[in-house]
Write a protein that binds this ligand. Sequence first.
Ligand code: SAM
Ligand code: SF4
Length: 360
Amino acid sequence: MPRSDALLQKAVAQARVMNHDGLVTLLDWPSAEELFAAAYEVKGREVGRSVSFRGIVEFGNACEKDCLYCGIRKGNAKVRRYRLDADEIVREAEWAFKAGYGSLVLQAGELTGEAHVRFVEEALRRIHGFGGEAFGITLSLGEQTEDVYRRWKAAGAHRYLLRIETSSPALYAKIHPADPSWARRRECLGALRRCGYQVGSGVMIGLPGQSLGDLADDIAFFAAQDRDMIGMGPYIPHPDTPLGREADASADASKRRFELGLHMIAVTRLHLHDVNIAATTALQALDPEGREKGLLAGANVMMPNVTDAAYRPDYQLYAGKPCLDENAACCRGCLERRIASIGESVNWNARGDSPHWRAR
Ligand code: SAM
Ligand code: SF4
């Protein structure tokens, strides 16, 4: 598509050349169609038009933290707490492996302590036992010590997803009043890199009080940290959380957050070029075709839920989480059709490491 604007042309041609003002201008680009087409061109050239799947097992919702936005925060007494046992986790991981997903994410509330660390180690060893190096294992288990990260890596994990949530320390402190240390979270990202993980990070988009300048800083933060993968999505209010009770949950506000979510994907693709970017479930919660739209805006990874449907209602981070009553096999077929409908294919049986990581 002919593109008259020099800024957009520059972003398509070369990675990591935008300054703060350039990123804000792109985030506020008047034609979403033009912005997404430019990001899609970069995606096709740098990572290809096939989607990598990571089956996600949400294996427990007990959490020691009280993040103001999250439905499974410690302070939400309405949540029925659960944890899958190791056999169930391994069974779901095996299902994902045999279904050709190539990669798995183990996610849960943040817990610390030796019993939890050993439990995860054991599950990792068993999964690594049948999947070996061909089956990627990502952990998303929050802030831990470097020693714990090292132990889980030795047991078979090779990627870790820890969102910085926002690159603004002041905004971070507002949404984590009980645990306001942004510096500690950033230090955890450093520890993960030292342990040899492929490290992913991300933010919530459309938080109360967050500006376009903050979002531009988030993208600059991903670049400065040399991240391999980005998992970010719209913030969605949960009615039983302190932030959810004050945030604007109107249809207009949801639409704005959704559109901003797509813009963030596109501008992140235009700035970082060769990283993995997830089309997250939160996009689908706001629009039935949200994840496909995420792919068309520059994302190349999806995380289908492979957790037993019986547990899904108890892992509600936000209102309206989709696929609560669908089993994993049904999700697989539905996603494959949705991906084919936009002219892309699934990268079956592949770990789907980002070209950026492979080049480093
Ligand atoms: N406990 C781990 C942690 O916080 O890193 C991993 C699980 S946590 C549920 C995964 C992510 O869910 C968080 O990083 C946060 O960005 C996202 N999340 C929580 N509440 C949300 C909400 N209301 N809207 C959108 N995303 C939310
Ligand atoms: Fe716990 Fe993660 Fe939710 Fe925070 S975002 S309350 S750490 S599960």
